[in-house]
Design a protein around this ligand. Structure first.
Ligand code: ADP
Ligand code: MG
Length: 259
């Protein structure tokens, strides 16, 4: 597979090491069904260093035309459907759309590039708008490099593991609501928001894991995704003892997203 063009956000934060640098592996943080997260240390020639997370997408099971056909037409068309949702119908050029549908090698590359590039682009959009998301450093082929949240001793816990109570839980809930407002103002629906895709570090909530995020207005599922996200996270907070009126929040978010 050819590499996607490497891309980097121009206004890089000052903790980031300038080129030339070398990357030293630190260890694997998590290995899930969809992605593996490794931590690396980037060491600059001037001796500066920073920790980064590297997200490696595990290739999808169904990724060749042969495999698609072997698994039956229905699955193949469901997969193409899924592509449209996930990519927010962004393959606007009919040549690109056809290539993806036919699963030509160009199409596969395009899909893979969109898949990594999509998370990068969404996170960049949110970072620029001031949302608390890890800084997106670069993407290339099936790798996405981003700010690591944590320190040398431990990675930031997922909200689900952070055992927050009392004032900390109230603060987290407020930040989740603020973060949702920031996302909808940017026109983005996360699409998989849960206490596993929120990190808690330095008294801050960090939003992560955006490959399935969609454009709120352009994607026909955008509003449904937002609704599901709000119900999910409010349900989780409620079970922890912090009640939020999910439908009222959803209505406020819609108002701010489309104002
Ligand atoms: N930038 C990061 N800093 C610290 N931990 C991270 C970071 N990105 C991901 N993680 C950890 O890895 C887990 C999996 O990453 P995620 O992006 O949610 O991928 P997926 O859920 O698709 O496997 C997260 O829940 C979190 O615990
Ligand atoms: Mg996740």
């Amino acid at each position: 597979m050819q590499n996607a063009p490497s891309s980097a956000v121009p206004d890089q934060p000052d903790w980031l090491v300038d080129e030339p640098y070398s990357d030293v592996p630190v260890g694997t943080l998590r290995s899930g069904k969809e992605a593996q997260i490794d931590v690396i240390e980037r060491v600059g020639d001037d001796g500066r260093r920073c920790l980064l997370a590297v997200k490696r997408y595990i290739p999808r099971k169904v990724n060749t035309k042969g495999q698609l056909e072997a698994s039956g037409f229905e699955r193949a068309s469901a997969f193409r459907h899924d592509v449209e949702y996930r990519e927010g119908r962004q393959f606007r050029k009919s040549r690109d759309r056809r290539a993806v549908e036919l699963m030509s090698s160009y199409g596969k590359r395009l899909l893979q590039d969109r898949w990594t590039g999509h998370e990068f682009e969404i996170t960049e959009r949110l970072w620029r708008a001031g949302a608390c998301v890890p800084y997106p450093v670069s993407y290339d082929d099936d790798l996405y490099v981003l700010e690591y949240v944590g320190d040398r001793d431990q990675a930031a816990p997922q909200l689900a593991q952070a055992r927050l109570q009392g004032q900390a839980l109230v603060a987290a809930a407020e930040q989740i609501v603020d973060g949702l407002h920031a996302m909808t103002r940017c026109g983005v629906a996360h699409g998989d928001l849960s206490a596993y895709n929120l990190l808690w570090w330095d008294d801050r909530i960090w939003f992560i894991d955006f490959p399935q995020a969609v454009d709120l207005a352009a994607n026909p599922q955008g509003i449904n995704y937002l609704h599901r996200d709000v119900l999910n996270i409010c349900g989780w907070l409620q079970r922890r003892g912090h009640a939020i009126d999910a439908e009222a929040l959803f209505a406020e978010l819609l108002a701010s997203g489309f104002s």
